[in-house]
Structure formats: C-alpha cells, structure tokens
Design a protein around this ligand. Structure first.
Ligand SMILES: *Cc1c(COP(=O)(O)O)cnc(C)c1O
Length: 259
C-alpha cells in the first residue's frame, strides 16, 4: 500500500503517462522538422517559408496541451463538434495560452455559426453558399464579441474531381476566391488542397501551384498554399507548399472509425 488516495495515485500515474507521451511527441516533432528541412533543402527553399500545422482530430485535448508545451501554438480539427469540446478543454488545461485553431474538414452551413466562434482560419471553403454562410456567421460572431478579427479563409481546390472528398473545381476557384475577397467579415489568405488518392501527387500539386499563383496575382493577401500531409509533405514542399497539415506523423495513427 502506498498510502495514496485513488485520486492522488491517478494523478501520479497521469503525470507519468504525460511524461511518456511528451517524449513521444517531442521525438516525432524532431523527425518531422528534419523531414521538412530536408524537403526544403532539396527544393532550394527556406524552411521558414513552410509552417507546420498539427492536425489533432481524434486525439485528446491533453495531446494538444503537450504540443503547446513543445512550442506548437496552432492546431487543426476536421469536425465542429469535436473541436468545440476540445477548444474548451485545452483552454482549461493551458489557460495562459491562446491556441490558434484551424478548421480543415468538410463544413456544413449549419455549423458555420459555431466554427466562426472558435476558428482563426477555415481552410476548407469550397462553395459560394458556404462563403455566404461563413461571412454572415463571422459577422454575427464579431457583433456578439466572440471574435475580434475577420475570419481567415483558404479556398479548397479539388484535385481529383471527386465531390465527396470536398473542394471546388479548379475552373471555379478564381470566382470563389473573388467572392471571399469581397466578403466583409472574411479575409482571403490562399488555397488548400488534398492530393488525389491512389496516384503519385506530383501532377496534382503542379496544377495546384499554378492555381495558387493565379490567386496571388489577383489577390496579394492570398499567400498561403496549404498542401502536404504525413505521406506527401516532401512532394508538396517541392511544389510550393507554405503549410503542411500533419496528423499521423506527429501524433500517431488514428483509430479507423474516425473520418
Ligand atoms: C486528417 C487530415 C490531415 C492530416 O492527415 P495525416 O495523413 O494524418 O497527416 C490533413 N489534412 C486534412 C484536410 C485532414 O482531414
């Protein structure tokens, strides 16, 4: 018998697993930074041009808190309901820190009111109706004092023509970007895409780079090209990515049941 109450024993065990998890995440972060640096070197780019956006979907708030301790102050989520709960938990775990939350998943219009309260940026904006709903939601959130800044937006390009995977067809992307740029409570910051499944990503990333250059020409604020995930961040960096969205290579594999 240790003489500890159950609660004390639980807290002690918990700080042990926190330490183990912190070590795991720190090691994964070192490997990831090495991959990003090597990819930048190979592409003749400055690593400071590529930001790392941890995708924390399906992982607990405690992991986000540990990433904060490692200096990562951005996190991305793919579902509003999961994010809403996690944002509150992370606020409780690290009250002194303001994590910058990003939405990268498919977004329904009836969730825009909620997303506008917690997200600094939505990367998955892919239709005119969604732009309209988000602009209204961001404006209401500002009136209610739930947010100060306009909502940063990346338009999501479809690189595979599969509407179920989200994204706007490349032929309609410029018009969508114009609409975001004209929305009073939104700010256009660039373009996001996911590589097609089941084929090498280079050709798709080359198309995406062209689309991103067009957007930058039309809108000087549209500097961001969000591309590359755990499996293809090297190729994305070779084609100009400024933001790699990484889940499994940082946090480990997700349960198969998640989306
Ligand atoms: C889940 C997700 C990621 C991260 O994917 P990994 O392969 O785990 O790195 C990136 N982008 C989007 C849009 C996602 O939904």
């Amino acid at each position: 018998m240790t003489g500890l109450s159950d609660a004390q024993a639980g807290a002690a065990a918990c700080s042990d697993c926190d330490a183990a998890r912190r070590g795991e995440l720190a090691a994964a972060l070192v490997r990831l930074r090495e991959r990003i640096t090597a990819a930048c070197r190979a592409a003749n780019r400055n690593p400071a041009e590529v930001r790392l956006l941890p995708v924390t979907k399906t992982f607990p708030a405690r992991d986000v808190a540990l990433l904060v301790d490692l200096g990562l102050l951005d996190a991305a989520e793919a579902r509003d309901s999961e994010a809403t709960a996690k944002v509150a938990e992370v606020n409780a775990l690290r009250p002194a820190v303001q994590v910058r939350w990003h939405m990268v998943g498919r977004l329904q219009r009836n969730k825009t009111r909620s997303v506008a309260r917690w997200a600094v940026q939505v990367q998955s904006v892919d239709s005119p109706r969604l732009v309209q709903a988000l602009d209204r939601a961001a404006s209401l959130a500002r009136e209610a004092g739930d947010r100060q800044a306009p909502l940063s937006v990346l338009v999501q390009a479809s690189l595979d023509g599969d509407p179920r995977r989200g994204g706007c067809p490349l032929t309609e992307l410029d018009a969508l970007a114009d609409q975001v740029a004209a929305a009073p409570s939104l700010q256009l910051h660039g373009v996001m895409a996911v590589a097609p499944l089941g084929c090498p990503p280079e050709a798709a990333f080359a198309e995406l780079r062209k689309a991103a250059a067009r957007l930058r020409n039309a809108h000087p604020s549209a500097v961001e090209l969000s591309a590359g995930m755990s499996a293809d961040l090297e190729q994305a960096i070779a084609y100009g990515s400024t933001c790699v969205r990484v889940g499994t290579a940082l946090l480990g594999s997700r349960p198969l049941t998640s989306k």
